[in-house]
Design a protein around this ligand. Structure first.
Ligand code: GAR
Length: 200
C-alpha cells in the first residue's frame, strides 16, 4: 500500500516558538507523518512568526482585541484552520485558553505541550512551583487538549532531574531541551495514528 500523505498540522504560538522550530525541523525528515502547513499566532509580534516565515511556512496572526468576544475570536481561528485544510493542531507556547467550542471541534486532534509532569503543576510558573516543592525531578508533557486546562489524556512525558543550585531559569532550560525532543516524537506518534480530518 502506498504511504498515506502527511497530515496537515497547524502550530499555534504566542512568542518565541522554539518548540515550533523543533516541530518544523522534524517534519522536514522524509517519511515524517506530518507537514507543518500553518503557524498561527495571537500576537503579531511573536518572534516565532518570523522563524516560520523564514522556513517557508504560511503564517497568520489574529488579535483578540479585533473581535467582540472570545467566541468570535475562536470562531475565526477555526475558520483559518479550515481554510488551510488543517488535520491536526499543535499548541506550542500558545498562552490563551481556548473556548470549549473550538476545543470540542478539535477533540482528539489538538495537542499541547506543558512544562511539567502533569497532573502536577497545571497552569503557570511550573518551574518555580517544582523548586518550591523540593521535587527531585521535573519535566514536560504532551497531551490532548480538552476544555479543562492542562487536563487531557497524556500522549508522552519526559523527565529531567532537579539539580542542587537550580533556579527557575536553569530548570526551564533543562525542561525546554526535553520538550524539543519530546514534541516531535509525540506528534509523529499521533499523526501516524490518524487519517485526515473530514470537513464538518
Ligand atoms: C514552553 O516551555 C512550553 O512548554 C510552555 O511555554 C514555553 C514556550 O516556549 N507552555 C506553556 O506554559 C503552556 N501552558 P517556546 O515558545 O519557545 O516553544
Amino acid at each position: 500500500m502506498p504511504a498515506s500523505p502527511p497530515l496537515r498540522v497547524a502550530i499555534l504560538i504566542s512568542g518565541r516558538g522554539s518548540n515550533m522550530a523543533s516541530l518544523i525541523e522534524a517534519a522536514r525528515e522524509p517519511g515524517y507523518p506530518a507537514k507543518i502547513a500553518l503557524v498561527l499566532s495571537n500576537r503579531p509580534q511573536a518572534a516565532g512568526l518570523a522563524t516560520a516565515a523564514a522556513a517557508g511556512i504560511p503564517t497568520a496572526s489574529l488579535r483578540q482585541r479585533d473581535f467582540p468576544d472570545r467566541d468570535a475570536f475562536d470562531a475565526e481561528i477555526g475558520r483559518v484552520l479550515a481554510a488551510h485544510a488543517i488535520d491536526l493542531v499543535c499548541l506550542a507556547g500558545f498562552m490563551r485558553i481556548l473556548t470549549p467550542g473550538l476545543v470540542e471541534a478539535w477533540r482528539g486532534r489538538m495537542l499541547n505541550i506543558h512544562p511539567s509532569l502533569l497532573p502536577l503543576y497545571k497552569g503557570l510558573d511550573t518551574h518555580e512551583r517544582a523548586l518550591a516543592a523540593g521535587d527531585a525531578e521535573h519535566g514536560c508533557t504532551v497531551h490532548f487538549v480538552v476544555p479543562e486546562l492542562d487536563s487531557g489524556p497524556v500522549v508522552a512525558q519526559a523527565r529531567v532531574p532537579i539539580l542542587p543550585g537550580d533556579d527557575a531559569d536553569s530548570l526551564a532550560a533543562r525542561v525546554l531541551g526535553a520538550e524539543h525532543a519530546l514534541y516531535p516524537k509525540a506528534l509523529a506518534e499521533v499523526a501516524a495514528s490518524l487519517g485526515p480530518k473530514s470537513v464538518p
